[in-house]
Design a protein around this ligand. Structure first.
Ligand code: PBG
Ligand code: ZN
Length: 321
């Protein structure tokens, strides 16, 4: 009890604070999202995401060389194809934009782990994450397309695949397709707990993937639910997921903690586009101090229990770590 116990003793200077620090942010924790588009010499800023760009393959390769120099271990690729159709054919075209990017990046970097987002929404004309049958996304038909997409990414050289569609049974489907085609060593990071969130708004501008009708609430989770998150995580673990993702991160730190306490797999937090845009908006107006608020925000995700963080801040943070 006070006056014998004085917690301030351990906060007296930076060195002692460093000694008793419980959580650290490392460059090893960071995964950087990149948007690849068709064309050449293209670097087009996303209006709602200052500092984030759609890039053509040549530009993205240069970016990846820089990221590797900064020590960032991994990127996650999102494709923006010119051609979109009802069945999202560009998603599983072996010569599609993501496949081209994977090959070029792998050729020009040494150690960078190239991860791909496996989903249909960037490739379908209607913008939904799967095949539409009778005005809704058909689960089991979509599994076939996702399997083709993941296999096509693996064949192009992807190191890790990350399905974000929220169809039931997709981890098992992807695992069996990869395994029967000689890719049993490719890990699957499951977007296991993905909420139907308005925090994805800026991403949909970046990826040009806003649904043309309805919304994603028949497949993404209800933000009110916690137990359902544990159910989703448990199912994906059973189906063979290698890591479990919770998305978004900031409004769902409790869920990250819950998942952390129930699995021994690495937990990944996705610090999504809307979280980035809110913070960047406030930094640009001078309302908050960017140098402090960005690491503090990422640290909250680590403290909640995530091992890795997918974040648009990765490059900026790696530059100062
Ligand atoms: C594709 C996908 C989305 C995000 C990652 N993968 C968008 C969505 O589900 O609408 C969101 C990422 C972000 O907001 O940064 N399904
Ligand atoms: Zn999608």
């Amino acid at each position: 009890m006070f006056p014998i116990v004085r917690p301030r003793r351990l906060r007296a200077n930076d060195t002692i604070r460093r000694m008793v620090r419980e959580t650290n942010l490392s460059v090893n924790d960071l995964i950087y999202p990149l948007f690849v588009c068709e064309g050449e010499n293209i670097k087009k800023q996303i209006g709602s995401m200052p500092g984030v760009y759609q890039m053509s393959v040549d530009v993205i390769v240069k970016e990846c060389i820089e990221l590797e120099k900064l020590g960032i271990p991994s990127i996650i690729l999102f494709g923006i194809p010119k051609h979109k159709d009802e069945i999202g054919s560009e998603a599983y075209n072996d010569n599609g934009i993501v496949q081209q990017a994977i090959r070029a990046i792998k050729q020009n970097t040494k150690k960078l782990m190239v991860m791909t987002d496996v989903c249909m929404c960037e490739y379908t004309s209607h913008g939904h994450c799967g095949l539409i049958v009778n005005n809704d996304v058909d689960n089991d038909e979509t599994l076939k397309l996702l399997s083709k997409e993941a296999l096509s990414h693996a064949k192009a050289g992807a190191d890790i695949v990350a399905p974000s569609d929220m169809m039931d049974g997709r981890i098992a489907a992807l695992r069996s397709t990869l395994d029967t085609n000689g890719f049993s060593n490719i890990p699957i990071i499951s977007y296991a707990v993905k909420y139907a969130s308005s925090y994805y708004g800026p991403f949909r501008e970046a990826a040009e993937s806003t649904p043309t009708f309805g919304d994603r609430r028949t497949y993404q989770m209800d933000p009110a639910n916690r137990l359902e998150a544990l159910k989703e995580a448990a199912l994906d673990i059973e189906e063979g997921a290698d890591m479990i993702m919770v998305k978004p991160a900031l409004a769902y730190l409790d869920i990250i903690r819950d998942v952390r306490e129930r699995t021994n797999l690495p937990v990944v937090a996705y610090n999504v586009s809307g979280e980035y845009s809110m913070i960047m908006g406030a930094i640009e107006r001078g309302w908050v101090d960017g140098d402090r608020i960005i690491p503090e925000t990422l640290l909250s995700m680590k403290r909640a229990g995530s091992d890795l963080i997918i974040t648009y801040f990765a490059k900026a943070v790696a530059e100062v770590l």
